[in-house]
Each structure stands twice: as structure tokens, then as C-alpha cells.
Design a protein around this ligand. Structure first.
Ligand SMILES: [Zn+2]
Ligand SMILES: [Zn+2]
Length: 192
């Protein structure tokens, strides 16, 4: 693989290592049941879907008034709309994800009052985030064989090429459906 691509994968090595260390420490220090651990991980993955949707709709497509604001939004996401195949803008950088990860951990620690619960939620969140990056890569650079991934690819390409005010979900259309930005892909047969 191209050395540049290895470098772009830095966030993946970082979060794999981090979740392994934190997950190991959490498992060794308490006696929560397996079911409740899995439920916390699942909840974490669900919160990823909400964060993915909120960031994409409210931050990445924000119509900033100031020059600095417009530059920020362009750097975060609109550069990807300008050139969807460019790998440089495909994966989220640590600069973007790390403050979000820290904020998420602090908030969940405060809410649950348990650092172990925070870790399991964070592991679910990270799994959702990895699935997002995988699905986004599939949408722009692969021809997925799985029907679900083919549907999500079409769904995301509609956001790019026809309906940038709709279809914000990349990993699922669930939050578009809940917040009124869903539209059936059958109404747009032309996108490949
Ligand atoms: Zn977008
Ligand atoms: Zn895209």
C-alpha cells in the first residue's frame, strides 16, 4: 500500500490501541455482567449514529457568515464534496476526532458516574465510527456486493450529487428518517 495511505490510517491504530488498553483495564477492575457490558457497547454505537448525523447536518453543512467559518467548514467537509474521490479528505483526522472523543468520554463519565461504563460506551462509539469510515470508503471507492452496502452507497451518492440537504446518514438512514431528511432512493434512479 502507498505509504501515504498508511499515514492516513493513523486514527485507526490510535483508537484500536486506546480501546484495547481501556477495555482491558475496565474488564479487569469490575464484575458487571456480560449482558450489561454488551448493552453499553450497543448504546455507544447508537450514539455514534446520532453524532454522525448531527455533525454532518449541523456542522459540516453550516452556512457560515465569516470567512474563517467558511474556511473551517470547507476544510472539515465541503472539500470532500468538491472532490469526493480524493483520499486526502476521506478519513477524519485525529485533530477532529480527538476533541470529540474526549468530550464524549467526559460527558458519559459524568452521566454514568462510572469510568468503566464510559469505556464500554466509548468502545461502541469507536465501532460505529470505524463502520462509518469503512462505509464511506465503500461508497466512494468500491462496488460493494452486500445489498445493504449497495443501498448505503447509493444513499450517500445521492447526498453528494442530487440532494445535499437530505440523506445525511452514512451508516444508516435511521436518523434521517427521525429528523425529516429521509427520501427513498427509488425516487432518484439515475445515481450509480
Ligand atoms: Zn455532506
Ligand atoms: Zn462522501
Amino acid at each position: 500500500m502507498n505509504p501515504k495511505v498508511w499515514k492516513q490510517l493513523t486514527p485507526f491504530y490510535f483508537y484500536i490501541l486506546l480501546t484495547l488498553v481501556l477495555g482491558g483495564a475496565a474488564l479487569m477492575s469490575e464484575t458487571r455482567s456480560l449482558i450489561s457490558i454488551l448493552l453499553l457497547c450497543f448504546t455507544g454505537a447508537l450514539t455514534w449514529g446520532l453524532i454522525e448525523y448531527g455533525l454532518h447536518r449541523l456542522v459540516f453543512h453550516f452556512e457560515a457568515k465569516s470567512e474563517k467559518g467558511r474556511e473551517f467548514v470547507y476544510g472539515m467537509h465541503l472539500s470532500h464534496h468538491a472532490d469526493p474521490k480524493n483520499m486526502d479528505d476521506l478519513f477524519a483526522s485525529l485533530r477532529l476526532s480527538l476533541p470529540l472523543a474526549l468530550g464524549y468520554c467526559l460527558l458519559t463519565w459524568l452521566v454514568t458516574g462510572s469510568w468503566q461504563a464510559m469505556v464500554y460506551l466509548f468502545i461502541g462509539l469507536t465501532a460505529g465510527y470505524f463502520y462509518y469510515e469503512f462505509m464511506h470508503y465503500q461508497a466512494h471507492h468500491r462496488s460493494p456486493r452486500l445489498r445493504l452496502f449497495r443501498y448505503l452507497k447509493k444513499y450517500h451518492l445521492l447526498h453528494h450529487h442530487q440532494t445535499s440537504a437530505l440523506h445525511f446518514g452514512v451508516t444508516s438512514p435511521v436518523f434521517d428518517y427521525l429528523f425529516g431528511t429521509f427520501q427513498s432512493t427509488d425516487q432518484n434512479q439515475t445515481v450509480r
